[in-house]
Design a protein around this ligand. Structure first.
Ligand code: GDG
Length: 745
């Protein structure tokens, strides 16, 4: 079996088993947000997916489906009962949803959870290539990150938690509360739906494990005496909005929406609920409010109907069996009391439907009821909004759903407050089309601007940036970075490039030659680095270049002696070039782009002034948002605001992230193009490039076998050599200068 560079681990595989008319087995991609979200990532990467195929006691070999390697994990009937239905769905699910139903704590279930989590970790360890990225999904697999790290310390491990993380007072009920926290902290990045979930998690870690937390970082002491920083942060999930828009625009789907209205007797208003039949969704609360409005005579079945799709879920778990009984009793009573021959109060459907039918229902519904008592996100709310291409309809949204953090213009409700819920429903029934449009347009903007692809990209970018933030103290008491190249190999690599006929030494500036500063214009190369660079540049056949994301204007100011030392400068990630003796090479003017740049920059500066420590840096071809001294929350909000503005006004701009900076630019050049241009102009036969940040990886990844890539500090890298600090790089550059000078003698 080939090893994969990117591995997803989830309870379920992304496929369902099918049996055709001849009784032959096959597989079909299962619908669902997670599968859609990860599809583009899986397709780009050499990906594998580890999970259960959905049937007990079936042993399957790994197989390929749509370009993804599927690695089935076998669960026995007992595993399904104890690990899945028991610990996952009858202990963790109710506990994490604020104990709406009473969690059951059974030691046998816990044992099965540990056992099955280990099986998933082993399967993932077997599927992952050296240094691969593994993304673990959700509450069924909370122990996998730690188990996997112990098995494979070389891996980059992410975890996303789709459901809420409860307040400490509730979490502390869990008899295995420490083990679960330790399990999760095996990851490099832990993603949550809401800022509040990440906060609850950090609090539990402080109280239970006494680890220090700062902003979104948690300091995790490891057995070998090192400390690892784990990032625990909100990454709200989204939907594949364009597929909903596409369906909503289809004439047959619109026709079906009209048909649905007609078959319900063309009521004036249709209420809709779409949920898995789960006690967290507040279906009983909405039925109660609706039943009372009918009883009070505020609504009548001549005018309104409630369509409730309750798709079957976890049908063997006792709490779900009981819930189904209660809901169906309530529906029966309300219908019995209010139905007429021609009209029904509630059209109750305990079935699952194809997505086309769901979108037709969304289009037919005047009022969407999302009344969850607790919900990680609630994708249905976002799907309704995305589908309303006509900017009509009212979303009633529980403040206990994660989606409430983003959809501020929905009609918000506390579903426990039945009077409040009734008032909101009446308000929705009477809302003018103008108000519906205003609210819906704003909600749609948010959903459309932040799709599920953005979600996975943002998570994986954070993961790449964050791993492995590990410092260690060696026997001599010096601080290095985990994974630094040993001295002998570094020496060997430098000897190799020192022998090149014409060697280009290209160096990033900030974080590579100069320490990062809170005030970027104060950055200066370390004196020892500046000296090494000058020594190299003075040698024949050894041109030196600084390759930076800064504008040429700023780069010239901070790299003060560059011109004297005959150093080439590439600014704006390679879109601008300065040649010693010749000056700034002209770049093409794009007046429209420049106007838009000024306008967006001004808008951003005004909008971000409320966030302390966040500021906008003008760039030649765009702007950067710095948040080095801001709180994690403000930094996130500022990035979100910038993302929204750019997605709306300049969707074709390139977005780059670096250490505490996000940058937007209408020029798409990366540092790789700067290296290519310099290599050609200077006739270099080999290139040494050193950098410390994500944008340097473009250049590092473009290097050939004769070249040498050096990564300074932590982070995933394409470089073959890693040094722990700027000081170490400076020492390596001086050594290189000596080697090259010796070569000539
Ligand atoms: C968990 C968290 C979080 C439902 N019935 C049918 C159907 N669905 C689809 C919906 C939606 C999905 O299932 C349900 O997603 P939700 O987000 O609403 O809720 P959970 O299943 O509880 O999901 C939740 C989510 O994970 C993602 O992180 O948002 O908070 O609890 O996409 O449309 N789809 C079709 N037929 C049905 O009958 N086709």
């Amino acid at each position: 079996m080939d090893k994969a560079e990117f591995v997803v681990v989830a309870n379920r595989l992304p496929v369902d088993r099918t049996v055709d008319a001849d009784g032959a087995d096959g597989w079909r991609r299962s619908p669902g947000g997670l599968v859609t979200a990860l599809e583009p990532v899986m397709q780009k990467a050499d990906g594998a997916w580890v999970g259960w195929a959905g049937q007990p006691d079936v042993d399957l070999e790994p197989f390929e489906f749509d370009g993804t390697l599927l690695v089935p994990v076998t669960l026995s009937a007992d595993d399904v009962e104890c690990y899945y239905e028991g610990f996952s769905n009858d202990t963790i699910w109710p506990l994490y949803h604020d104990v709406i139903s009473e969690p059951r704590y059974r030691r046998l279930w816990w044992d099965a959870y540990v056992r099955v989590n280990r099986r998933f970790a082993e399967a993932a360890a077997g599927a992952a290539a050296d240094g691969a990225t593994v993304w673990v999904q959700d509450y069924q697999l909370q122990l996998v990150p730690r188990m996997l790290r112990d098995l494979r310390p070389d891996l980059v491990i992410g975890y996303f938690h789709h459901i809420p993380f409860p307040a400490y007072g509730l979490y502390s009920q869990l008899p295995w509360r420490k083990q679960v926290l330790e399990g999760l902290l095996g990851a490099d990045v832990i993603g949550f739906q809401r800022v509040a979930d990440a906060g609850n998690f950090a609090r539990a870690v402080r109280r239970q494990l006494r680890y220090a937390t700062k902003a979104s970082g948690i300091a995790v002491p490891e057995a070998d005496g090192t400390t690892r920083t784990v990032l625990a942060k909100a990454f709200p999930i989204s939907i594949d909005s364009s597929s909903y828009i596409e369906l909503a625009r289809r004439p047959d789907v619109q026709e079906r929406a009209r048909e649905i209205r007609k078959s319900l007797g063309n009521p004036k208003r249709i209420f809709l609920g779409v949920d898995r039949l789960d006690y967290t969704k507040g279906i009983g609360h909405r039925l109660k409010a609706y039943g009372e409005l009918l009883t009070d005579g505020m609504l009548s079945v001549q005018d309104v109907t409630l369509v409730q799709v309750a798709s079957p879920s976890r049908e063997r778990v006792a709490a779900y069996i009981q819930l189904r009984g209660e809901i169906e009793l309530t529906v029966g009573r309300i219908n019995g009391d209010f139905d007429t021959m021609g009209h029904t109060a509630i059209r109750y459907l305990h079935q699952a439907y194809p997505r086309e039918e769901m979108v037709a229902l969304f289009l037919a519904a005047d009022v969407m009821l999302v009344t969850a008592l607790r919900d990680g996100m609630n994708l249905v709310a976002k799907e309704y909004v995305a589908s309303r291409v006509d900017n009509r309809g009212v979303l009633i949204l529980s403040e206990f759903a994660g989606a409430a953090d983003e959809l501020g213009t929905a009609v918000r409700v506390n579903p426990h407050d039945i009077e409040g819920l009734k008032a909101a429903m009446m308000r929705a029934v009477h809302m003018t089309p103008g108000e519906q449009g205003r609210r819906m347009r704003a909600a749609r903007r948010r959903v459309l601007e932040h799709s599920v692809e953005d979600w996975s990209r943002e998570f994986l970018e954070a993961l790449a940036e964050f791993h492995p933030r590990r410092t260690m103290t060696d026997a001599h008491g010096t601080i290095g970075v985990h994974g630094s190249t040993d001295e002998a190999s570094l020496h060997e690599a430098l000897t190799r490039v020192a022998a090149a006929d014409r060697l280009l030494v290209a160096l990033d500036f900030d974080g590579t030659l100069a320490p990062l500063e809170d005030e970027p214009m104060r950055a200066r190369a370390l004196p020892v680095a500046a000296k090494a660079v000058a020594a190299l540049a003075a040698l024949p056949d050894t041109p030196v270049a600084f390759v930076s994301g800064r504008s040429m204007h700023d780069l010239r100011e901070i790299a003060e002696h560059a011109d004297d030392a005959q150093i080439f400068l590439a600014g704006s990630h390679g879109a601008e070039l300065w040649v010693p003796g010749e000056g700034h090479l002209d770049t093409e003017d794009d007046e429209d782009a420049a106007l838009l740049r000024d306008e967006l920059r001004d808008a951003m500066t005004a909008q971000l002034s409320e966030f302390e420590g966040v500021w906008v840096e003008p760039k030649t071809f765009g702007f950067g948002i710095h948040s080095r001294v801001a709180s994690a929350e403000d930094a996130q909000k500022a990035r979100d605001a910038a993302d929204r503005l750019v997605a709306l006004r300049a969707p074709h701009w390139r977005r780059r992230t670096g250490h505490n900076i996000v940058e937007y630019s209408f020029r798409h050049e990366g540092k790789d193009s700067a290296i290519a241009a310099l290599r050609e102009r200077l006739g270099a036969t080999a290139v040494l490039f050193a950098g410390d940040d994500v944008t340097d990886e473009d250049a590092l990844a473009s290097l050939g076998p004769a070249d040498l890539g050096v990564r300074v500090g932590q982070g995933q890298t394409a470089a073959s050599v890693r040094v722990g600090s700027i000081q170490e790089l400076a020492a390596a550059l001086s050594l290189l200068a000596r080697m090259r000078a010796d070569r000539r003698e």
